[in-house]
Design a protein around this ligand. Structure first.
Ligand code: DAH
Length: 341
């Protein structure tokens, strides 16, 4: 019976093509070619009409058996190909555990921030409040209320960035003193950190924008002794318990008397070294007793209240504390520099 032979041939041929299939796509093509709607086996079933009726069950059974056999090889082959594909993928995706790991960069606080937090910690510990004032300020607060007269060189456009005649970028944090006093809540114990601006050329010790921390205490019976005691304590906390302080007479328009404060060099202890340029002392701040004119202009009776004020350069503290010799390093934001602190 040539039907049997034909089926045998189809089976052999299908088996051969299945074995030769090199991928799942190819395999599927073979499946469609034999078992699909227009496939060879299906076509054969359709031609059953030509088979004599008594032979049909026999032929039908043969076709089904062949179909089953082809399906079996297809299934086996598919499993094998799928396995091979998975293995190839795994090989490709293999993780090399010996590769050096990528180190995650962790952020660091800026030396200015560390120094500021240190200063704040010290004064908060002494009962001070931390307040802020505007960076864009009235000339009135930056100068007039601080007893800086119209013709004072500090008002010169060469030093101060004016926005118009009466508005400027504050050249110091001292205007926050006037703003705080004007509020009229007494006594006052505050520090006011913030950014200030001056038209300076950039070099190792200057920048057109830097930071100051202003301090102000107003109460009854405040004397220069309170100022000295407070700043001595501050210096010891900041630079170490052996630190000595020296008050040198100075002049600021808003304080009377005024002083500049030096601390004994924390590098050599005061004997003189490269760090303190041989003098044994390092200048750190300006201070004084708040001028009676300033108190009056800010609505405080100088007969009843007295007070002291001081101004510290934040960058100066950061540079000293971390022995950085160029202020520009603080503004370049090079992580290799910053991550040292
Ligand atoms: N504002 C001053 C400056 O920029 C610093 C200063 C000195 C502030 C003496 C004060 C002070 O409060 O009493 O140079």
């Amino acid at each position: 019976m040539d039907m049997r032979q034909k089926l045998q041939e189809i089976h052999e041929e299908a088996k051969k093509r299945i074995m030769e299939s090199e991928g799942l796509d190819k395999l599927n093509e073979v499946r469609v070619a034999y078992l699909g709607k227009k496939g060879e086996l299906t076509a054969l079933l359709k031609s059953m009409k030509e088979v004599a009726p008594e032979d049909r069950p026999k032929v039908g059974q043969l076709v089904n058996e062949t179909r089953k056999k082809i399906e079996e090889i297809l299934d086996e082959t598919r499993t094998r190909l799928e396995e091979a594909a998975r293995e190839a993928k795994m090989k490709e995706e293999v993780i090399d555990v010996t590769l050096p790991a990528k180190k995650a960069l962790i952020g660091h606080r800026h030396p200015n921030t560390i120094a500021l937090e240190e200063v704040e910690r010290i004064f908060i510990g002494m009962g001070y409040e931390v307040v802020e004032g505007p960076e864009v300020e009235y000339a009135d607060y930056n100068f007039t209320k601080l007893n800086i007269p119209e013709d004072h060189p500090a008002r010169d456009e060469q030093d101060t960035f004016f926005i118009n005649d009466s508005i400027l970028l504050r050249s110091q944090t001292s205007p926050v003193q006037a703003r705080t006093m004007e509020k009229g809540k007494l006594p006052i114990r505050m520090i006011a950190p913030g950014r200030v601006f001056r038209s300076d050329e950039v070099d190792a010790t200057h920048s057109p924008s830097f930071h100051q921390i202003e301090g102000l205490v107003i109460d009854k019976h405040i004397t220069f002794a309170d100022l000295k005691g407070t700043l001595e304590e501050f210096a010891k906390e900041l630079f170490g318990p052996e630190t000595r302080t020296k008050f040198r007479p100075h002049h600021f328009p808003f304080t009377e008397p005024s002083a500049e404060v030096d601390v004994s060099c924390f590098k050599c202890g005061g004997s003189g070294c490269r760090f303190c340029k041989g003098s044994g002392w390092i200048e750190i701040l300006g201070c004084g007793m708040v001028h009676p004119h300033v108190l009056e202009m800010c609505g405080i009776d100088p007969e009843e209240y007295t007070g002291f004020a001081f101004g510290v350069g934040l960058e100066r503290i950061a540079l000293l504390k971390y022995e950085i010799d160029d202020m520009r390093l603080l503004y370049e934001n090079d992580v290799r520099f910053l991550k040292q602190f």
